[in-house]
Design a protein around this ligand. Structure first.
Ligand SMILES: CC(=O)[C@@H](O)[C@H](O)C[C@H](N)C(=O)O
Ligand SMILES: O=CC(=O)COP(=O)(O)O
Length: 264
């Protein structure tokens, strides 16, 4: 690992653990709740302890000045839910553009098992080559997604994260398999730090228990979007997630510390 990559990983994480809040969904879903006034959301989640935020390149001017010192990741591919196939992620930016926009790292989404996988494999390999040239870390968002693919199957998720490592990524993100024991197999599939996506928002307790379960399995943190940016109190939920990731709190302790409503 080069000095530059190591230094930049420390800008988007803390001592090898990561609370990342991706907000690239504006291309996928549109200006959904939490993204319409993205400046306020970025301010809130970084006050709550997010190590970095992640957006598409066009949002960069709305990021800087609101991060409270947190890091910034530029996402380099995307699709929409209204297009012919959401799994068909196409390149939306370059490593050079990300650097010009003040990014500390870049990310790319790959759907392992989809018909678009071959092209996305080529795209990720090219992005890691370019990123290495500039000393920029790469977060590979490696999902198990496609026809007849169980998106939470541990073997499929393990294959996805290993693919990210094989193609030169520095951190891999995937869905949580649902329990610690099966996710241990996912984490064991790669030498890279593994962070989990949040998926569709659930109750605070369920979300924090998923983070706890992933950390107990050896995960390095989260890249949680909707669970955080669509929460009624993004600062508080971020504080709770950071409590689990960085302070090894239980879900219960994290809820208490963040003063989130304790469901009956
Ligand atoms: C909206 C979703 O299903 C998320 O998992 C997205 O796939 C995340 C991804 N980075 C995207 O929005 O393209
Ligand atoms: O870029 C998106 C993610 O990394 C995960 O998003 P989610 O909303 O937590 O599924």
């Amino acid at each position: 690992m080069t000095t530059g990559v190591r230094a930049r990983l420390n800008r988007i994480g803390t001592e090898g653990r990561y609370v990342m809040v991706p907000m690239d969904h504006g291309i996928t879903l549109g200006a959904v709740d939490g993204l319409e006034r993205i400046e306020r959301t970025i301010d809130a989640v970084t006050r709550g302890g997010a190590d970095c935020v992640l957006t598409q390149k066009g949002i960069a001017p709305r990021v800087h000045g609101n991060t409270n010192g947190a890091g910034y990741v530029v996402h380099l591919n995307g699709s929409t839910v209204s297009g012919p196939d959401t799994n068909d992620k196409r390149i939306t930016g370059t490593v050079k553009e990300a650097i010009q926009l003040g990014a500390d790292a870049v990310s790319m989404h790959i759907n392992v098992g989809s018909v678009h996988e071959p092209k996305q494999i080529e795209d990720l390999a090219r992005i890691t080559e370019n990123a290495t040239e500039y000393g920029l870390p790469v977060l590979a968002m490696t999902y198990a997604r496609g026809p007849d693919v169980d998106e939470h199957d541990a073997e499929a998720l393990g294959h996805a994260v290993r693919l990210g490592e094989e193609l030169g990524a520095d951190i891999v993100k995937t869905a949580y398999s649902g329990d610690t024991e099966s996710f241990e197999r996912v984490v064991a599939s790669t030498a890279l730090p593994v962070v989990i996506a949040g998926g569709k928002p659930d109750s605070d307790r369920a979300s924090l228990e998923a983070v706890r379960g992933a950390m107990d399995a050896g995960a390095a943190g989260v890249s949680m979007g909707r669970t955080i940016f669509q929460h009624d109190d993004p600062e508080a939920i971020t504080r709770a997630v950071a409590g689990v990731v960085h302070e090894d709190l239980s879900a219960e302790e994290a809820l208490q510390q963040a003063e989130l409503m304790i469901e009956a």
